[in-house]
Write a protein that binds this ligand. Structure first.
Ligand code: SF4
Length: 703
């Protein structure tokens, strides 16, 4: 009985789920996690949400991969995904590590040598450590020889990062979440922190209790909206209309911070000209928020002593995601609401290490620390550091790689800890692409939908089975420590990456994980002052931390922005409609996202007893009036179809969505909603439009 057992070991670590980065302690007995407790970390002060507290027993699940697997020669890469162990061995045979690594590395090396260095690609993971992300991208850049390396940041905040790098010179947050407690006004837009960043939501609620005014802007009425001073339920896809109208008010009423604009920015005149055409009266019918409310919120934000903006995927996952983020940046710049405690811009990062994985260079256009691959100085620096010539052409992004496979441009892939068969838009197409590869190597802890299409599967370590550093949404670098041993023959990811590197001709000599971190800090100025010993001692250090002993900077841009001129740049945006609008054949809108209890594609949380018991079945959240109009009731099965596929799920009456819009979580393999989503991309961030596509809904179907 786990509840009564006494732990024989306690290990301090961090939560493996979201970017809040809560510190926790694993309580262990006989190599099993009994329970988890919150620690007094900077981001959580002992708090944990339901995932952090109960989402640990996936590590002990019988579905864990414990032996390397090689696809049987006669097993077609088709048919439906199965987790049935009996059927798995119809498709794969067990192999030794030597055999599996030789098969995996040998096949990828042959593709490289036959078709060229750009015929290979790799997806790393935002769930891996900084060191794993760093070595994975180094393997692709030096072992494969191209920049075709990416990860799920492309599916979450790539557009935010594109806008932030362009506008203020840094893709990370300006202020930590905890700064909401210092703000007079907080705007949360396109984010549902209660579900996706639950402990962050508790800090927002605490701030409200102390007098902070919260404004929630979202087409879906989140739980947090109930605590809001104002809730603006704008129509899906009309972010730019709403935000430009707010800026129009600020300009028209003389609420801009002229000193800040003059001393710290460029490009304001162009922005002012652009927003002149976006009066609240003109925009109100477009965005669905009345002109007086737009005016009130604009004044509130501009005139408070400290206003902060937090946003999520509702902003970023559009073909105009970069434009949405440009508007938020412009709002902060024109009012001088940045560079001080309680102000600033905070894109809430999703995965526990999506910030760190991006910092470590797991993106196709940047070396570590956002040094562009096509910048000759950066190229020379990394060629010297890694001792070989590197490709100066930016690589392909996640969705671009899926489209390059059918053309024959990408023939082999190495995927570590990502599940594009579930997470990519137009997943039927993504699955067909993965199946069409000459060779696919997947490194994971479970037989995911992606691993099911692999030629070689390498059984990896779960989060509590390894040590590494992780960077949360606040730029806090923290240590996740090994608490238990991997099961069976499963091995630690760093070891596996090193073995793959050897088979691709690389001679790496890394021992302890701290040696990888040391190499990173030598070539990444932002973390140059953080030593492994200090991380061990202090548990968490904020970057930028450029020199040893530097305390780190939780609030940045206090004096200048990290752009050439030291000044931030305004970039105006105009309304661009969604790629696929509703029509007579597909009259409704699909919005996808997450649930509180389940994490992304569900591979961990659906194998967690408590979480799966709370949310066991695939659901579609349908407005009660829309459900009634269909002739249905809660619990009925509905079939949702787009131009790309259809799935059946259970209907849940939910009036938080506007009528005509249905929300579906993307974690259910039996109703993989990304079969329906649209792969159209934002041209700057290359992020797909997960938050908007046209669908039709009918009663009935089989789940
Ligand atoms: Fe983990 Fe995020 Fe929950 Fe904290 S808020 S316990 S980091 S999932």
């Amino acid at each position: 009985d786990a509840a009564l057992a006494v732990p024989d070991k306690q290990v301090d670590s961090v939560c493996p789920y979201c970017g809040v980065g809560c510190q926790l302690t694993y309580n262990i007995k006989d190599n099993k996690i009994l329970f988890v407790e919150g620690r007094d970390g900077p981001a959580n002060r002992e708090r944990l949400c339901v995932k952090g507290r109960y989402g640990f027993d996936y590590a002990h699940h019988p579905h864990r991969l414990t032996v390397p697997l090689i696809r049987r020669a006669d097993a077609p890469k088709s048919g439906e995904f199965t987790m049935d162990p009996a059927r798995v061995l119809d498709v794969f045979r067990e192999a030794t590590w030597e055999e599996a690594l030789d098969a995996a590395g040998g096949a990828l090396a042959r593709i490289r040598d036959t078709y060229g260095k750009r015929a290979l690609a790799g997806f790393g993971s935002a769930k891996g450590s900084n060191e794993e992300a760093y070595l994975f991208q180094k393997l692709v850049r030096t072992g494969f020889g191209s920049n075709n390396v990416d990860h799920c940041t492309r599916l979450c905040h790539a557009s935010s990062v594109a806008a932030l790098l362009e506008g203020i010179g840094s893709g990370a947050v300006s202020n930590p979440v905890m700064d909401v407690t210092l703000a007079e006004v907080v705007i949360v837009i396109g984010a549902n922190p209660t579900v996706n960043h639950p402990v962050a939501a508790t800090w927002i609620k605490n701030a409200i209790r102390n007098g902070t005014k919260l404004v929630v802007c979202d087409p879906r009425r989140s739980d947090l909206a109930r605590s809001a001073h104002r809730y603006l339920q704008f129509k899906p896809d009309t972010d730019v209309a709403l935000l430009n109208a707010m800026m129009h008010v600020i300009v028209a009423e003389g609420l801009v911070d002229q000193d800040f604009i003059a001393s710290r920015t460029i490009g304001y005149a162009e922005l002012e000209r652009n927003v002149a055409g976006y009066s609240p009266e003109l925009m109100a019918p477009i965005c669905g928020v009345d002109a007086d409310t737009i005016r009130y919120v604009a004044r509130l934000y501009a005139t408070s002593k400290a206003s902060m903006i937090l946003w999520g995927m509702g902003i970023s996952q559009h073909i105009h995601g970069t434009d949405n983020a440009r508007c938020l940046i412009a709002l902060a710049l024109m009012t001088g609401q940045i560079g001080r405690p309680g102000t600033g811009l905070h894109p809430l990062r999703g995965q526990n290490n999506v910030q760190g994985a991006s910092d470590a260079g797991l993106i196709p256009m940047m070396f570590p620390d956002y040094q562009r691959v096509d910048n000759p100085a950066a190229l020379a620096k990394f060629e010297k550091a890694w001792g070989m010539p590197l490709d100066s052409m930016p690589g392909l992004t996640v969705v671009e790689i899926m489209h390059a496979i059918p053309r024959g441009d990408i023939r082999g892939m190495y995927i570590m800890g990502e599940n594009p068969a579930m997470s990519d838009p137009d997943a039927n197409h993504a699955r067909a692409s993965l199946a069409a590869l000459d060779h696919l190597v997947v490194q994971d802890i479970f037989l995911t939908e992606t691993a099911y299409l692999a030629d070689v599967i390498l059984p990896a370590s779960a989060f509590p089975e390894k040590t590494g550093s992780f960077t949360n949404t606040d730029r806090l670098v923290q240590i996740g420590r090994q608490a238990i041993d991997p099961p069976g023959q499963a091995r630690q990811d760093l070891w596996i990456i090193g073995q793959m590197a050897a088979r691709l001709g690389l001679d790496w000599q890394y021992g302890h994980v701290s040696e990888v971190f040391d190499e990173m800090r030598r070539i990444m100025p932002s973390i140059g002052g953080i030593t492994w010993d200090r991380l061990e001692r202090e548990h968490a250090v904020t970057y930028p931390c450029t020199k040893e002993g530097d305390p780190g900077q939780p609030v940045v841009f206090t004096e200048q922005f990290p752009r050439e001129s030291g000044r931030a740049r305004f970039v105006p945006a105009d309304i661009i409609p969604a790629d696929e609008r509703p029509d007579a054949a597909y009259p409704m809108v699909l919005i996808t996202g997450r649930q509180l209890e389940h994490w992304h594609t569900g591979s961990m949380t659906r194998r967690t007893a408590v979480l799966d018991a709370i949310e066991p079945d695939p659901v579609a959240l349908v407005h009660p009036l829309d459900l009634a109009a269909l002739g249905g009731k809660p619990g009925d099965v509905v079939t949702i179809a787009s131009r790309r596929g259809e799935v059946a799920l259970y209907a849940r009456a939910d009036d938080s969505s506007p009528r005509g819009a249905i929300f579906v979580p993307f974690c259910y393999y039996e109703a993989a909603i990304n079969r329906l989503t649209n792969a159209a991309l934002d041209p700057f961030g290359k992020i797909p439009e997960f938050k908007y596509c046209a669908i039709r809904v009918a009663l009935g179907g089989v789940v």
